[in-house]
Ligand binder design. Structure first.
Ligand code: GDP
Length: 441
């Protein structure tokens, strides 16, 4: 995410390396590089200029104070604060106070509206303990109804559709009545999009909004489209005056322009970011965490939150007991792999750890290592998984055949597993050191 912007900003701070204090000259040089970095990230020149003017003023004001802090570090702090400000300062919540709460989803076709609707319903169900209802109001693409039905089933949320009805206002109103009857407390209305903005589309979405009076209107936009995303966001806001923006496809190699300039240009906050096609890849947008990531400081808060979400206390206790008895088996190992997987892919997890962002690019960290271990364990019989001791030569040979790996691979893994098991057992006996590192994560 935003790698080239991070690299360029790092270069801008490096211009201050070796300088003993901030001066008008070195500030000007560094600020010029920062502006270039922003423009290259597809931030509009006017915004980039205003941003760097502010950074410059702040830096000039700091010329002679704080002698203990190096000029480069000071500049990072100033840019960090300004980035947070540019992206809206505080995180913006969504209004869930209706009964039922009605959320209208708008955006161009292909922006990721339907995918987001599915993700939002899962988010509200799991994290806010709500009972959502998804509504298909795209009356133009028959495939859209099918798509939302599939997503609804995937996340376990009911879907309201009327395949024969071509009137989206009517469908939305009936869906809200249906939600009241069936005790659903949030109605997520997914609307039709066109490939580009046109008058008929704008009129339709404005009509729907007028009729259903949503508590929250969210505009979904593809971050890969950069400046265009910002322009589209502005055009939609002029017509429907939405409450917040959802940026999708941040997992792609998007340059960052949309995330940085939407709030400034449209005046509406980014509320969610979407980072994948899977239903659980939705995050609340926090300007400070995003700024930290852009500046290569990682996002340790999100990392810990993800870990906490997956933390299963019962499972951790169960494992602790097994470790103490030196009875850890391959099933336990496999369940740990699944827990890690639930948090996301390894590389993006590593990136959240401060200082790791750059390293992950050079290192060959991928999920293949986990896949290999998983394949080995899956080729074992239930008896072997529960009793690692029974693995003799012929069993190992069979496992190697089963998972398409060599005997060396199998032996190496079993040896590592054995060492780990011994180590953990030993640790569990040392006072104050009980438990498995990352148990239950
Ligand atoms: P809609 O026409 O606005 O409803 O868009 P869809 O929800 O159908 O999404 C269009 C395509 O983008 C689909 O192939 C989605 O799987 C994909 N997509 C949606 N959100 C994301 C995202 O955050 N990351 C990635 N990589 N793909 C996404």
């Amino acid at each position: 995410m935003f790698e080239s912007l991070s690299d360029r900003l790092e270069g801008a701070f490096k211009t201050l390396k070796g300088e003993s204090k901030l001066t008008e000259i070195n500030i000007a040089q560094s600020v010029k590089e920062i502006r270039r970095a922003l423009v290259a990230a597809d931030v509009n020149y006017k915004i980039a200029k205003e941003f760097t003017d502010k950074v410059k003023d702040k830096a000039l004001g700091q010329e002679n104070v704080l002698k203990a802090v190096r000029p480069g570090e000071l500049m990072v702090k100033i840019v960090m604060d300004e980035l947070v400000e540019l992206m809206g300062g505080q995180a913006a919540g969504i209004n869930l106070n209706g009964s039922p709460t009605v959320i209208l989803i708008a955006g161009l076709q292909g922006s990721g509206k339907t995918t987001f609707s599915g993700k939002l319903s899962l988010f509200l169900k799991e994290k806010r303990k709500k009972k959502p209802l998804l509504v298909a109001c795209d009356v133009y693409r028959p495939a859209a109804i099918n798509q939302i039905n599939v997503l609804g089933e995937q996340v376990g949320v009911p879907v309201y559709t009327e395949p024969e009805n071509k009137n989206p206002v009517e469908i939305a109103l009936k869906a809200i009545a249906h939600a009241q009857e069936t005790n659903r407390d949030v109605v997520i209305v997914d609307t039709a999009g066109r490939l580009s903005i046109d008058e008929a589309m704008m009129k339709e979405i404005a009509n729907i909004k007028e009729a259903i009076q949503p508590n929250e209107t969210l505009f979904v936009v593809d971050s890969m489209t950069g400046q265009d995303a910002v322009n589209t966001a502005k055009a939609f806001n002029d017509v429907i005056n939405y409450d917040g923006v959802v940026l999708t496809k941040l997992d792609g190699d998007t340059r960052g322009g949309a995330a940085l300039s939407v709030k400034y240009t449209v005046g509406k906050p980014i509320k969610f970011v979407s980072t994948g096609e899977q239903m659980d890849t939705l995050d609340v947008f926090y300007p400070d965490r995003m700024a930290q990531r852009i500046l290569g400081m990682g996002d340790i808060v999100s990392f810990v939150e993800k870990a906490q979400e997956q933390f299963d206390e019962e499972e951790a206790k169960r494992l602790e007991k097994k470790i103490k008895r030196n009875k850890l088996d391959f099933n336990d190992f496999l369940s740990q792999i699944y827990q890690i997987r639930k948090m996301g892919d390894l590389k993006s997890l590593m990136k959240m750890i401060p200082g790791m962002n750059k390293m992950t690019r050079d290192l060959d960290i991928d999920d293949k290592a986990l896949n290999r271990v998983e394949a080995i364990i899956q080729s074992m019989t239930p008896q072997e998984r529960e009793n690692p001791e029974v693995l003799n030569m012929s069993r190992k040979k069979r496992i190697a055949m089963g998972c398409g790996q060599t005997m060396d691979d199998i032996n190496r893994f079993i040896k590592q597993f054995d060492q780990m098991r011994k180590f953990m057992h030993k640790m569990s006996k040392t006072p104050g050191m009980g438990g498995m590192p990352g148990a239950g994560m």
